[in-house]
Design a protein around this ligand. Structure first.
Ligand code: DAS
Length: 354
């Protein structure tokens, strides 16, 4: 009797040891879950666009991908459980500090952030600017909830873990894995509101991930992560930066209201090449004179950039151009940059380099 019990204990111990040894030789990936559609749930399988975001906990997301343990030893943390349109600067700071702390640990090889798709591009760019690690950071979401037919979250998350676990993803900045593509967190944005191929980079994807293997075709050109002058561990608040849209019949009201509420910079989402209406220019010049930074971006996106001194005399007005960054990314960079400098020439350098 005793010998049978002993042999069963030894067998169990052997299995456990083998499992731990197996896990020990696997890359260690931590999934930080924040909510979004990838954690969403709809009433039935036909509801691919009508559902509630931020319902499924991280452990259930992990359990839902049985082959995940083939690519990495994975554990999850539920940092938030929100739809990403409700992200605030406080969420960005908390998440950034957690990513930074984890990547300092020797037993963490990569981090995946599951995130709603609405502001995923902003969070990915923020982490790209402030986390000083060359280990992979992969931000991932989904366009359909896991309850829907042809849901995309499961494969997107599997791909994200595979990329985060791979050595060849190191040093490439923050990455976004959606729809089999690997995009730069700097360049990518949500270009379509209800399709699985929603995420596009105007300068193209960096590569693809297929069946857990990465295929690279280009590298980021701008400063990021370890080559960034910004460090999340030295940032405890983000200055207020707001966005106002340019359009026919526009008035200066929004810009003035933002400044009155304490905005340190206003991003102009201009028509065309960041153009500014004659009805708005005097108000922006007045705000600049009062110390508010004026940064010209464009509502036109998808593969161009705002040319300095073209549509407006930026040198004369002491304004900044956002280069190729869309308004929401320009807001992130301006807010991070303003933690270090109020000098508009320094801001312009930063917009050229990041
Ligand atoms: N509301 C969206 C969000 O949380 C849902 C999604 O697409 O993830 O960003």
């Amino acid at each position: 009797m005793m010998s049978r019990l002993l042999s069963r204990c030894l067998l169990a111990a052997g299995i456990l040891f083998a499992a731990l040894a197996h896990a020990a030789d696997k890359p260690q990936v931590v999934i930080l879950a924040t909510g979004g559609t990838i954690a969403g749930a709809g009433a039935d399988a036909a509801k691919s666009a009508t559902y509630q975001a931020a319902k499924v906990p991280v452990d259930k997301l992990i359990a839902g991908i049985p082959t995940l343990s083939d690519v990495a030893a994975v554990r999850g943390e539920q940092v938030f459980q929100i739809a990403s349109e409700s992200f605030t600067n406080a969420h960005l700071l908390q998440l950034g500090k957690r990513v930074s702390a984890l990547l300092k640990q020797a037993d963490v090889d990569g981090v995946v952030v599951t995130h709603g798709t609405d502001t995923l591009e902003e969070t990915a760019y923020f982490l790209n600017l402030v986390v000083k690690s060359d280990k992979p950071i992969v931000v991932v979401g989904s366009m359909r909830p896991g309850t829907a037919m042809s849901a995309d979250g499961m494969l997107n998350l599997f791909n994200a873990v595979a990329v985060a676990a791979s050595k060849d993803a190191r040093g490439k900045g923050v990455l976004v894995t959606m729809n089999d593509e690997i995009n730069s967190g700097r360049d990518v944005s949500k270009a379509v509101n209800i399709r699985t191929d929603a995420f596009k980079s105007p300068w193209g994807a960096l590569g693809m991930v297929v069946e857990g293997k990465n295929y690279w075709f280009r590298l980021p050109a701008k400063r990021h992560t370890v080559n960034s002058e910004f460090d999340i561990d030295r940032i405890d608040s983000l200055p207020a930066v707001e966005i106002a849209y340019g359009y026919g019949n526009a008035a200066p009201t929004a810009y003035q209201a933002f400044a009155a509420q304490g905005a340190k910079a206003v991003i102009h989402a201009g028509t065309g090449n960041g153009s500014v209406s004659n009805q708005v220019v005097p108000a922006l010049r007045d705000l600049r004179a009062k110390g508010v930074q004026i940064i010209r971006s464009a509502r036109v996106t998808g593969g161009g950039f705002v040319l300095r001194n073209a549509e407006q005399p930026d040198d004369q007005y002491d304004w900044v151009v956002a280069h190729d960054l869309n308004p929401q990314k320009a807001r992130i960079l301006a807010s991070v940059a303003l933690t270090k400098t109020q000098d508009s020439r320094e801001l312009q350098r930063i917009f050229w380099e990041y």
